[in-house]
Design a protein around this ligand. Structure first.
Ligand code: TRP
Length: 333
């Protein structure tokens, strides 16, 4: 199904809840168009998820939910490979081999490990420590060229690159050394309650963050409560972080330029503007919401898609893992 001339993008998604409006505008909504330009593999990383405490029933529900959301956001299982990590044993197998080419010291320096150890002090398990090796295996098992990542995963990708280079030097050319994929578009969406901070699902204030499956009323309510300033001018300028954020969001979902937005709301109050932004956001997310509802109700279709995805993922990664096994000196079965 993949075109040999196109570069391969591998993306791993944690099955922890819904994307935020920030994820959507900054990245997710560009995934659909990306599928024509690249060979894309999307993986719901349930093996990674259990490095922190999970309620089994909740993990099961979130994994399927994350998978359905991927499709609802425009990932087409006929164009891309979308699967669930635990359905392909090659990730865990390669992870073991790569862990023997990774140093204890390197893993000790990972800032996410340090942060998560501090946060989950009662559960500093070995999987949390070797998390970045499994992530390297995810990527290297497909010889991915590009990996879309945010700033928080930069160090992990750097480690994956180092592991690939080291393995290639030790055992001869085996893995592609992956590059970060930096999307060309994507505005930065800030918190609705503290517009100096990035919009984040870990925000304590539930009004700070819009989720892409929020219903229309909820979205409008959150925008009505958005923090602005004591002026009354819808213009984009320094010192108006709240209004700047709303203009950015409105411009991103309507495609209107900033100057056009300023003209549209000239002489109008913040109340009108906030309502307009809320409505525009809700409208732009409506397709995702209805598509998600349709998919999550159709378990048979989802199953058919993730089974097919797992088979495709297995066959690509098996070749790579077999090659790595041969290189390290394992006897072929
Ligand atoms: N660690 C990534 C995150 O928390 C998820 C992930 C797992 C991933 N494996 C990956 C991302 C491979 C990119 C490539 O967001």
């Amino acid at each position: 199904m993949f075109d040999k001339d196109k570069k391969l993008i591998f993306s791993g998604i944690q099955p922890t809840g819904v994307f935020t409006l920030g994820n959507y505008i900054g990245a997710v909504r560009n995934w659909g168009p990306l599928q024509d330009e690249y060979n894309c593999i999307y993986c719901i990383v349930d093996l990674h998820a259990i490095t922190v405490k999970q309620e089994p029933a909740v993990l099961r529900k979130n994994t399927l939910g994350a998978y359905a959301l991927l499709l609802a956001c425009g990932i087409d299982p006929e164009k891309s490979i979308a699967f669930i990590q635990s359905h392909n044993p090659n990730h865990a197998e390669l992870s073991w081999v790569l862990s023997c080419s990774t140093q204890f010291g390197e893993l000790s320096r990972m800032t996410q490990f340090k942060d998560k150890s501090a946060k989950h002090a009662d559960n500093i398990n070995a999987g949390l420590f070797t998390y970045p090796v499994l992530m390297a295996a995810d990527i290297l098992a497909y010889n991915a060229d590009l990996v879309p990542i945010g700033a928080d995963q930069k160090q992990h990708l750097e480690l994956a690159r180092n592991i690939a280079v080291r393995f290639n030097q030790k055992y001869s050319e085996t893995f592609t050394v992956p590059e970060p994929y930096i999307p060309t578009v994507g505005a930065r969406v800030m918190s609705l309650q503290d517009p100096e901070k990035k919009m984040s699902k870990s925000d304590a204030n539930p009004n700070a963050c819009v989720y892409i499956l929020d219903d229309k009323d909820t979205i409008i309510r959150k925008f009505k409560r958005a923090v602005t300033d004591s002026e009354a001018e819808v213009v984009y300028r320094e010192g108006k972080a709240g209004i700047n954020n709303l203009i950015t969001i409105y411009s991103a979902v309507t495609g209107k330029a900033v100057a056009e937005v300023e003209r549209e709301f000239e002489g109008k109050g913040y109340g009108d503007f906030k309502l307009a932004v809320g409505e525009a956001v809700a409208d732009s997310l409506e397709n995702v919401r209805t598509e998600y509802a349709r998919l999550i109700a159709d378990k048979a279709y989802l199953e058919q898609c993730y089974k097919q995805g797992a088979e495709q993922a297995y066959s690509i990664s098996r070749r790579v893992v077999s090659k790595a096994y041969k290189k390290v000196g394992f006897i072929q079965r």
